[in-house]
Design a protein around this ligand. Sequence first.
Ligand SMILES: [Zn+2]
Length: 180
Amino acid sequence: MNEHYARIIEAIGEDPQRPGLKDTPERAAKAMEYLTRGYRQTVEDVVNDALFPSDCSEMVLVKDIELYSLCEHHLLPFIGRAHVAYIPNGKVVGLSKVARIVDMFARRLQIQEQLTVEIAETLLNVTGAAGVGVIIEAKHMCMMMRGVEKQNSVMKTSAMLGTFRSNQATRNEFLSLLRQ
Ligand SMILES: [Zn+2]
């Protein structure tokens, strides 16, 4: 990847040999590797058996999970928050694991819509929950720094599975918990 970054620096009309840029290809490659580390993780690694039997059938909500991702169209960041809720059906998952599932998928290339669905489906599969709801709000650098240059637009996406899809009261509870 270092070599490719050196070529990109050349292609934009810069000199990859000048002192300020000399080590940039290596640093950029390391940064890119870090930002895409989700490809080297699996759901099994991330959840690591942190599943516990539970009689709880009330909604569990993890709100305001910080999210940093790269859009697959421009390789530019989108940054925001994910809110993840589920209704357990015999099993709960460690709360930090919910954040780690978000992070694993965020550290891959994709679009926000797909990220939202992947998080929801994974949590449903892992926990066997009665339902899962995921909402992501994010600002996209590809809109803010280029293209339409809309600085304040926030993209919101949601995925509702199981009872979150079929039951209006569940969905309302999720949305009202988010407003608090
Ligand atoms: Zn983009």
